[in-house]
Structure formats: structure tokens, C-alpha cells
Design a protein around this ligand. Structure first.
Ligand code: G1P
Length: 295
């Protein structure tokens, strides 16, 4: 088989963000800033760092500010340039250079599988990545880059996974899998269940929002009936895919934050702020001085 490069990354971004109301009533949750950068920009930068140069964002009503964000802002750049604010100018310009960005609307919120299916024509007949913007991953080597390194070997579908303890597992797709070799981060997937009850979960290995998919997934999504929550689930189509080709889990090296959830968002904000050269020391000192932490 000819080795293919992963060039395209799909970002499902049509969800209503109800977990983050009231902030998300008029603002897309993908645009909420962790420190000073919108959640979705973390994912797009990860895709670009992993070698993807085509970004496909699946949007919906009320999401046009995402398009503005990745576009050139002529007025802003002009003003920053004329005032000599070159650092800020570089920051603004950087955003509009993050790959070529295409948008497609998901007119109805019918689930992650449906969102991925929307990107079919833009993806075409080649393997591609999917990044769920809510899942912000802090890693030395970007998570998608780690996965592409595995893909270069296996040339087959790969899902990012992490171990989730206890009843929290019911918020995820869960894989039944075994490592391909002792101590390997790569798991061979035998089965998958979307949002199982704790008692029915086949393992503690939860799917996290990074996928490398082969185009066969589109045919299978077309045939997949609605699943958990009355939605077209990507996990259900992946369960069929196991009968056609090898599917791998990949236990990535890094820390994942569910930035679509209030607590996860706060954790990401604190952690990323502490890591910042311009803010970290002052923020750390302030946190340590908080009387409420000393009780
Ligand atoms: C989606 C997927 C689920 C996966 C999760 C990771 O669920 O359907 O399989 O484990 O993302 O974040 P959602 O969080 O959209 O309900």
C-alpha cells in the first residue's frame, strides 16, 4: 500500500455548547479563551504542528466569528502596524497563516458522526484527522503528531485514548482492546461502545477527541443507525470499521483537559497560565497567597 500523508484535519464545531451556558448563549464555545487564545486555536495549531495544511471546520448557526478569527483582520493589522505594536501584529498575523481553512455547515445537530460525514466532499478519498476542539491537550510532542507517527507505520485508523476511572467513563466512547506488544502505547481495538454504563464498559480506555480515519468511515457512517442520545455516533461507525480494517487505540503522552466543561476549562486555564513566561510567576505567587487556599 502506498504510504499517505495526513494533510487534512476536520474540526466539528457546530455543537450548542449547553454545558457552558450562559457564556455560550451568543458566543461559540470554541471561541472561549483559555488564557488569551480561543479553545479552537489550540486544536488548529496542533494540527498544523502535526503537518496538516488543510483545516476543515464544521460549523453551524451563530459560529461565523470562528471564520473571522482565522481570517486576516485588515483594520486591526493596519492599526497595530501604524502604532508600532509589532508583537501584537505578529500574533494577529500568525492566526491567519494557520493552513488553508474551509468551512462547511452542519445544518442540524445530529451528532459527531453526522458532523464528520458533512466533511466528506472536502476530505475526498484520503485518510484524515479529526480533532474535537473541546479536548485541549498539553503535550511535549503534539498529540496528533504522536498519532501520525504511528499512522506512518500502520496506515490504518487510530483513536486517541486515555484511562478514565469510575462512573466518569459513561461520558465517553470506550474501546475493548489489547496492547499490540508489552508496554506498547498502541492497542488493537476489538470493539467499541458509546457512553456505556459503568457496568457495561468493556475497559477503562476512553476515546479522547483525536482520530485518524480512513475514508471508508464515510460509507459506514452513511449506513449507521442513530445511536446514543438519538445521534449519529462516530463510535458506532468505528465498531463496524473493525470488521473491515485494523483499528488502533493510542494511549497518548500528555494531559487532556475537557475545556467544554466548566471545571475542565478552569483547570486548563490555570495550568496554561502557570506555564506562560509572561504570566506564570506572578500568577503562581498570587495563587499561593490566596487566603481561601490556606483554609
Ligand atoms: C465525543 C465522542 C466520544 C468521545 C468524546 C471525547 O463525545 O462521541 O466517543 O469519547 O467525544 O471527548 P461528546 O463529548 O461529544 O459527548
Amino acid at each position: 500500500m502506498k504510504k499517505t500523508r495526513i494533510r487534512k484535519a476536520v474540526f466539528p464545531a457546530a455543537g450548542l455548547g449547553t454545558r457552558f451556558l450562559p457564556a455560550t448563549k451568543a458566543i461559540p464555545k470554541e471561541m472561549l479563551p483559555v488564557v488569551d487564545k480561543p479553545i479552537i486555536q489550540y486544536g488548529v495549531e496542533e494540527a498544523v504542528a502535526a503537518g496538516c495544511d488543510q483545516i476543515i471546520i464544521v460549523t453551524g448557526r451563530g459560529k461565523t466569528v470562528i471564520e473571522d478569527h482565522f481570517d486576516i483582520s485588515v483594520e486591526l493589522e493596519h492599526q497595530l502596524e501604524s502604532r508600532g505594536k509589532l508583537d501584537l501584529l505578529a500574533l494577529a498575523r500568525h492566526i491567519s497563516t494557520l493552513g488553508r481553512v474551509a468551512y462547511i455547515r452542519q445544518k442540524e445537530a445530529m451528532g459527531l458522526g453526522h458532523a464528520v460525514l458533512m466533511a466528506r466532499d472536502l476530505v475526498g478519498d484520503e485518510p484524515f484527522a479529526v480533532i474535537l476542539p473541546d479536548d485541549v491537550i498539553d503535550a511535549k510532542v503534539p498529540c496528533l503528531k504522536q498519532m501520525i507517527e504511528v499512522f506512518d507505520d500502520v496506515q490504518s485508523t487510530i483513536l486517541a485514548t486515555q484511562v478514565v476511572e469510575g462512573p466518569a467513563i459513561s461520558a465517553y466512547g470506550v474501546i475493548e482492546a489489547r496492547p499490540i506488544a508489552k508496554n506498547s502505547r498502541v492497542l488493537e481495538v476489538k470493539g467499541l461502545v458509546e457512553k456505556p454504563k459503568l457496568a457495561d464498559a468493556p475497559s477503562k480506555n476512553a476515546i479522547i477527541g483525536r482520530y485518524i480515519l480512513t475514508p471508508r468511515i464515510f460509507e459506514l457512517l452513511e449506513k449507521t443507525p442513530l445511536g446514543a442520545g438519538g445521534e449519529l455516533q462516530l463510535t458506532d461507525a468505528l465498531r463496524s470499521l473493525v470488521h473491515h480494517e485494523k483499528v488502533y487505540g493510542y494511549s497518548f503522552d500528555g494531559t487532556r483537559y475537557d475545556a467544554g466543561d466548566k471545571l475542565g476549562f478552569l483547570k486548563a486555564t490555570v495550568e496554561f497560565a502557570l506555564q506562560r513566561e509572561d504570566l506564570g510567576n506572578d500568577f503562581r505567587a498570587w495563587l499561593q497567597s490566596l487566603p481561601s487556599l490556606k483554609q
